[in-house]
Design a protein around this ligand. Structure first.
Ligand code: ADP
Ligand code: MG
Length: 263
């Protein structure tokens, strides 16, 4: 059985363009079906506004779909009782693009990373301290950062803290929604390599969401292409992309050397 199964998921928002007008239904996702095997990294690429983040929130249990089902392990997310929901909150973690926004500015790194341990484990104070040190080491941060606040860290360090928090309670699946998109090229490569190592070490599954096809290729086993709320193409890691929307995305990436850009 697959780890995750999204079946015929549709999402509509009702929006009003002005106070006097009637609400209009805006379709954001149309009949999305996908599945993910344990241990797999599934890439999801698409232009901005194509519905990737909406789909990721639905998969994370944060936003109910208009219709369709999401099954994680043997639990249907939007039909589960509270006990099962708690288990899923443990097994399903996320890392988002803007790490600074997803970190509480008043908490130290220690407090941020130990929060899921307090919620889900019965560790003593010393055990938590030890576990946090181990997690920092896992994501390539030195121990000295434990007393720092997010504002005292660089963008790359903040993202590493988010990753440490996400892996703290041994999840099965991590949804990475544009998780490297706000970093520069060198940091992107470092974080991608870190994520790849952690995936193998901890036997994790990933959904890697990005508008950057190169980065997605680097880490994913298989890539789905999203266009205007629909999945329009599926390609294996090295196969060429057929759908015009996805090719456009690929062609839009600037060559690294300015000389090559003029061609
Ligand atoms: P992506 O992550 O691919 O950039 P999103 O899922 O964020 O795409 O957005 C897809 C579309 O859904 C966009 O047109 C966006 O404006 C719309 N949308 C997202 N959330 C809401 C909401 N809460 N209410 C109305 N429209 C929304
Ligand atoms: Mg998005």
């Amino acid at each position: 059985m697959s780890l995750l199964e999204v079946k015929n998921v549709t999402k509509h928002y009702e929006v009003r363009s002005s106070l006097l007008q009637k609400k209009q239904v805006v379709p954001v996702l149309e009949d999305v079906t996908l599945s993910l095997q344990a241990g797999e990294c599934l890439g999801l690429v698409g232009q901005s506004g194509s519905g990737k983040s909406t789909l990721s929130r639905i998969i994370l249990g944060l936003e109910e779909p208009t219709s369709g089902t999401v099954r994680f392990d043997d639990v249907y997310l939007y039909q589960a009782d509270n006990q099962k929901k708690k288990q899923i909150r443990r097994d399903l973690q996320a890392v988002f693009q803007n790490s600074f926004n997803s970190l509480n500015p008043r908490q130290t790194v220690m407090e941020i990373i130990e929060e899921p341990l307090l919620n889900f484990e019965n560790y003593s104070r010393d055990e938590r301290r030890h576990k946090v040190e181990e997690l920092l080491d896992c994501v390539g941060l030195v121990n000295e950062v434990v007393h720092k606040f997010p504002s005292q860290l660089s963008g790359g360090q903040q993202q590493r803290v988010c990753i440490a928090r996400a892996i703290a309670i041994n999840p099965k699946l991590i949804v990475l929604d544009e998780a490297i998109s706000s970093l520069d090229m060198i940091l992107q490569k470092q974080i991608l390599t870190l994520l790849q190592a952690l995936q193998h070490q901890l036997k994790l599954s990933y959904i890697f969401i990005s508008h950057d096809l190169n980065a997605t290729r680097f880490i994913s086993d298989r890539i789905l292409v999203m266009h205007q709320g629909q999945l329009v193409d599926e390609v294996s890691k090295d196969a060429s992309i057929k759908h015009p929307a996805a090719r456009e995305l690929f062609n839009a990436i600037l060559p690294t050397h300015p000389r090559d850009r003029e061609r």
